[in-house]
Design a binder for this molecule. Structure first.
Ligand code: ASP
Length: 343
């Protein structure tokens, strides 16, 4: 049976072409995608496309786009075997993380991809990324089940779990890293699927559940030498925030100065949700390791384990949209919901 894929174009470098008039990069008409990337015709796959209007540079992505994407996938879910989302690289890891929490009981692939060079350029990485993403999105096993029923990012020969990625290079084709989770698949001569790592639904029959209610009252505090009590208080105790992601040092350590701990305790007493993630590129928060971590834990700070900041943000938006009580949000934060933490 011929697979069908919906190619969703949100914007970003991949869909740009150099205008011969003034050499400027402009988005091209994506209904022409098969003319632009004729390689796609070689698959026994029907490819339909959907283009967002207006197209956006992903630095302008807002949670409203995630809601639109989730609704689009929900509305067209039964028509397609998989979804490929073309998205700018700058915030792709945020969008893939958020979607991984918004789409529950997923049985079909949702693959984000993009490129560092526009698809119209001779050395573009966009064609490889797009063609492989489409092939993986259409792939199924002998029972007809999707090979990778997850929200993922395909970039530079690797399919990575969406909520484990961070953009780490502004220059290389290898733009994303997923240091704490091995690739879900790797594209060489063949596509090698990592069945040990891929998450499968508990039931292939369960209907997709989509959560579009998000509570975005989250701030991020990055601790650094020289940080002042005023800055810490503004962020942790600000009236606009319900939760704060604290990016700490190493395995979850922050300043042991009494003023810092007092402000953390003050924020906890205001029932703020405080989540500890590490500034390190890999490894996990362990608040039992050092005295400073233990004090944070005692003050009520929740461990984000090895979650990326992008994943912690998406998880908070979704959990806070779901639960009114902060204690419920904190309990769910500690759990591995969609493969975002190694627990
Ligand atoms: N600024 C662009 C974006 O994120 C960069 C890219 O697509 O690579 O939309």
């Amino acid at each position: 049976m011929k697979s069908a894929i919906l190619l969703i174009y949100t914007g970003g470098t991949i869909g740009m072409k150099q205008d011969p008039e003034d050499q400027a990069l402009r988005p091209f008409d994506f209904s022409q995608i098969l003319e632009e990337v004729p390689e796609l015709r070689k698959f026994a796959v029907r490819i339909d496309s959907y283009t967002f209007n207006p197209l956006i540079d992903s630095s302008d992505v807002e949670p409203a786009l995630w809601v639109d994407l989730s609704r689009l996938i929900r509305d067209r879910y039964d028509e397609y075997d998989g979804f490929v989302i073309l998205h700018g690289t700058d915030t792709m890891a945020y969008s893939a993380s958020a979607l991984s929490f918004m789409l529950d009981s997923l049985t079909k692939p949702v693959i984000f991809t993009g490129s560092q060079l526009p698809i119209g350029m001779p050395r573009t990485d966009g064609k490889e990324n797009l063609v492989s993403a489409v092939e993986i999105a259409a792939a199924h096993d002998a029972q007809g089940h999707a090979m990778v029923p997850e929200v993922s990012i395909f970039f530079d020969d690797k399919l990575m779990r969406g909520n484990r990625c961070t953009k780490y290079s502004a220059e290389d084709f290898n733009a994303f890293s997923s240091p704490d989770c091995p690739p879900l698949a790797e594209a060489g001569i063949n596509i090698r699927y990592n069945h040990r790592i891929i998450r499968y639904p508990s039931s292939w029959e369960a209907p997709l559940r989509v959560q579009t209610r998000l509570d975005t009252r989250v701030s991020i505090l990055k601790v650094h030498p020289g940080i002042t009590p005023q800055v810490v208080r503004n962020i942790l105790c600000g009236p606009e925030t319900r939760a704060v992601i604290i990016e700490t040092y190493g395995s979850g350590n922050a300043l042991s100065k009494p003023w810092f701990l007092e402000i953390v305790q003050e924020a906890a007493a205001m029932d703020k949700i405080l989540v500890n993630v590490t500034q390190c590129k890999s490894g996990t928060v362990n608040m039992d390791m050092y005295a400073t971590g233990k004090t944070l834990k005692r003050a009520g700070v929740v461990s984000g384990y090895d979650a990326t900041t992008e994943a912690a943000l998406g998880k908070l938006f979704v959990l806070m949209g779901r639960f009114d009580r902060n204690s419920d949000v904190k309990n769910a934060l500690e759990m591995d919901l969609h493969g975002e933490i190694s627990k």
